[in-house]
Design a protein around this ligand. Structure first.
Ligand SMILES: Cc1cc2nc3c(=O)[nH]c(=O)nc-3n(C[C@H](O)[C@H](O)[C@H](O)COP(=O)(O)OP(=O)(O)OC[C@H]3O[C@@H](n4cnc5c(N)ncnc54)[C@H](O)[C@@H]3O)c2cc1C
Length: 477
């Protein structure tokens, strides 16, 4: 029998990967399907939101008036067909666990974000994409089936055929339609744990974009680091990385002996939040200049960890941004407006002197049918900014105007500051999503702080006044 306190959860100061915003939330660890059902049905709370490994940057896994459901312990593999590569597992299984188990058998993720410390549930809810989006699209393309726990406690099997609206509202739906308990996905066959990678330095934005266009047909993976402090004729210069899965026959002899084995990598750790002066325009400029100079044109075999997850080699790297945290700006422009839009965006950023330490650009291909999924054919640029309060908010507002003017949009998994009005203009299928939400969750059981801020969830007035009593009683315990 659960105690009232365990149903209410424990209070924690919680944030996403950007460490901004931080909110005092109640959290509850979900250990079984029954546990998830109890949490969703509990009368002790007005709303809930699932959380995987908290790798989304902003407030999509926070909810001040409800309970955050930690899904990481729901992590059993349920079934695997070694002939077809079809895998069924619980939603808390991480990509790291999938790789560890199935890469030695010659199977890898069909697409993957820049960290493997994400859960299957979080990857589906954000409809994540990888360096192969221009060829393979986003993760939703590889999901066959979902087991979904709905607000009324029903556990249903959801596919793109039996309820396409609910399926495509859940893929990319940021946890707002229900709890994904498990999913069946298609893995991708690989002969080795290596990519054959070509590095090309580019002089400016034009040559970076031209490089994408010229190579998209011949490389499954492509991405470019951009020096976002470069100005004038060098604006948008970068290092483009172009890769294909290496075949066993391609590998040099010393790697061919164990082609599916990842080399050991000893992760370094950032032990504490850096002081705010550590990252400043000068240190960032020095890094950018050095990185550009160091990366000469070359071709090499790179193991999957180093190619797909370079940042995972440094534990808690988000601490370098200090106590105030950081915010990411990930903008997507349609192919037709990408050049002008990106140019204006980079110029605005270079002028603002709010330097970005990491800036990454990549091409995207056809969209999934996810109603709130992010990508469509075009170019996406992601930049990290130290959180400087009002200065950062003002800059983001100016960047939003440029993105809107060029029919672009921002990515929900990275957003922390977008306004409801801006969001609605960027996501034309919002009302379609809201109709599905109303059908499966009429009383708004699933709500995140992000969904409130962006106005994704409507009709919250009643819930909010109910929630006041709830948070006061939680505070009293
Ligand atoms: C270093 C780094 C690199 C990244 N690179 C990329 C990239 O290249 N491409 C990309 O697309 N993304 C990228 N991301 C973002 C990341 O892939 C997504 O934010 C992903 O959703 C994180 O997974 P998670 O398990 O941590 O989910 P969380 O961050 O915990 O949750 C994300 C959303 O999923 C929902 N959710 C989580 N579990 C469930 C569940 N079981 N049922 C229903 N809803 C659920 C949550 O409510 C929330 O709305 C990157 C993040 C980092 C930190």
């Amino acid at each position: 029998m659960m105690s009232a306190d365990s149903l209410r959860g424990t209070s924690e100061l919680l944030s996403g990967w950007g460490n901004y915003p931080r909110e005092l939330c109640r959290t509850r660890s979900i250990e079984s399907w029954q546990d998830a059902e109890n949490a969703v049905q509990s009368s002790n709370t007005t709303n809930v939101i699932p959380r995987g490994l908290g790798r989304s940057y902003g407030d999509s896994t926070l909810t001040q008036d409800g309970v955050v459901l930690r899904m990481g312990h729901l992590n059993r593999f349920l079934a695997f067909d070694p002939e077809s590569g079809v895998l069924e597992c619980e939603a808390g299984v991480s990509f790291a666990e999938i790789i560890e188990t199935f890469l030695p058998q010659g199977w890898f993720l069909p697409t993957t974000p820049g960290t493997k410390f994400v859960t299957l549930g979080g990857a589906i809810a954000a409809d994540v994409h990888g360096k192969n989006h221009h060829v393979d699209g986003s993760f939703g393309n590889f999901v066959n089936r979902l087991t979904l726990l709905l607000a009324d406690g029903a556990i249903i099997d959801c596919t793109r055929d039996n309820d396409p609206d609910l399926f495509w509202a859940t893929v990319g739906g940021m946890g707002l339609t229900g709890v994904i308990l498990s999913a069946q996905i298609q893995l991708s066959r690989v002969e080795t744990a290596y990519c054959d990678v070509t590095y090309r330095r580019t002089r400016n934005l034009e040559s970076t974009l031209e490089m994408f266009t010229a190579t998209h047909q011949s490389y499954r993976y492509s991405v470019s680091w951009i020096d976002c402090l470069a100005k004038g004729a060098s604006l948008g210069r970068g290092v483009v990385m172009l890769g294909n899965d290496a075949s066993a026959a391609d590998l040099p002899r010393k790697l061919a002996a164990a082609p599916l084995k990842l080399p050991r990598r000893r992760a370094k750790t950032i032990p504490f939040d850096f002081p705010s002066f550590a990252l400043n325009p000068w240190s960032i400029k020095a890094f950018n200049t050095l990185y550009y100079a160091k990366n000469r044109d070359r071709r090499e075999f790179v193991d999957f960890n180093s190619f797909f997850y370079p940042l995972d080699g440094i534990n808690h790297w988000n601490r370098i941004y200090g106590q105030r945290g950081f915010v990411q700006y990930q903008a997507l422009f349609p192919t037709e407006t990408a050049h002008v839009g990106l140019h204006q965006l980079l110029e605005r950023i270079a002028k603002s002197r709010q330097a970005s330490f990491l800036a990454v650009i990549k091409g995207s291909g056809p969209a999934t049918q996810g109603m709130l999924s992010y990508l469509f054919p075009g170019i996406t640029l992601a930049l990290d900014f130290p959180n400087r309060g009002k200065a950062t908010r003002d800059l983001f507002e100016q960047l939003d105007e440029i993105v809107l003017e060029h029919s672009g949009r921002l990515y929900l998994a990275k957003d922390a500051l977008t306004s409801a009005d801006t969001f609605a203009r960027m996501y034309p299928r919002l009302s379609e999503f809201q109709r599905v939400k109303e059908r499966v969750d009429p009383n708004n059981r699933f709500v995140s702080s992000q969904a409130r801020r962006l106005g994704i969830v409507t009709g919250l007035e009643l819930n909010q006044s109910e929630a006041v009593g709830n948070s006061i009683s939680a505070g009293a315990h």
